[in-house]
Design a protein around this ligand. Structure first.
Ligand code: AMP
Length: 193
């Protein structure tokens, strides 16, 4: 199974992706996690990305596409994957299409988790408290920037998949379990189809 989880920062993509990994035995490819790991390791890409992430902006498309091309070529991606945080621009979505075509693979589902901005601000503030500020970009100023980047650059990715008839939208308001159940309903409909 190959899935994309779309949605604004704080929508619950990472949390839901982790549950899907446990349930379906596929890997979670979180570009944000990969960049944070590269930054922590002090690699050249990581160092460049850190400054961009701290500002709440997007890392250039060519860097991200290369990261995903390398990662999806790893053996553990062969059984399937959940993309969490990628694609974040229409150019990334187009590059992913080309990549999947080359690998003779296709996406099973693109799921957008919808949550209104006011609730996201609350959730991210909660996450910052829980993690003791582990993520430098989980602060009010950077979040505002990340949300505006989301609406300007990532929302069009949902429209891109909607035009292809692939987008499924779910309500991201509720408990982790409630949202997970909505995703499972959707996925069972996809696998039965
Ligand atoms: P996330 O953990 O998905 O919220 O990502 C944290 C930050 O990493 C984002 O605010 C971006 O700066 C960067 N990032 C993650 N994924 C991408 C991507 N696909 N394209 C560009 N930048 C990304």
């Amino acid at each position: 199974m190959r899935l994309i989880l779309l949605g604004p920062p704080g929508a619950g993509k990472g949390t839901q992706a982790q549950r899907l990994v446990a349930k379906h035995g596929i890997v979670q490819l979180s570009t944000g996690e990969m960049l944070r790991a590269a930054a922590a390791a002090g690699t050249p890409v990581g160092n460049r990305a850190k400054a961009i992430m701290d500002r709440g902006e997007l890392v250039p498309d060519d860097v991200m596409v290369q990261i995903i091309a390398d990662r999806t070529a790893q053996p553990d991606s062969a059984r399937g994957f959940i993309l969490d945080g990628f694609p974040r621009t229409v150019a990334q979505a187009e590059a992913l299409d080309a990549l999947l075509e080359k690998m003779r693979q296709s996406l099973d589902s693109v799921i957008e988790i919808k949550v209104e901005d006011a609730l996201l601000v609350e959730r991210i503030a909660g996450r910052a408290k829980e993690t003791g500020g582990a993520r430098a970009d989980d602060n009010a100023d950077t979040l505002r920037k990340r949300l505006s980047v989301y609406w300007a650059q990532t929302k069009p990715v949902a429209d891109y998949y909607a035009r292809k008839g692939m987008l499924k939208v779910i309500d991201g308001v509720g408990s982790v379990e409630e949202v997970a159940a909505r995703i499972e309903d959707l996925l069972s409909a996809v696998t039965e189809a």
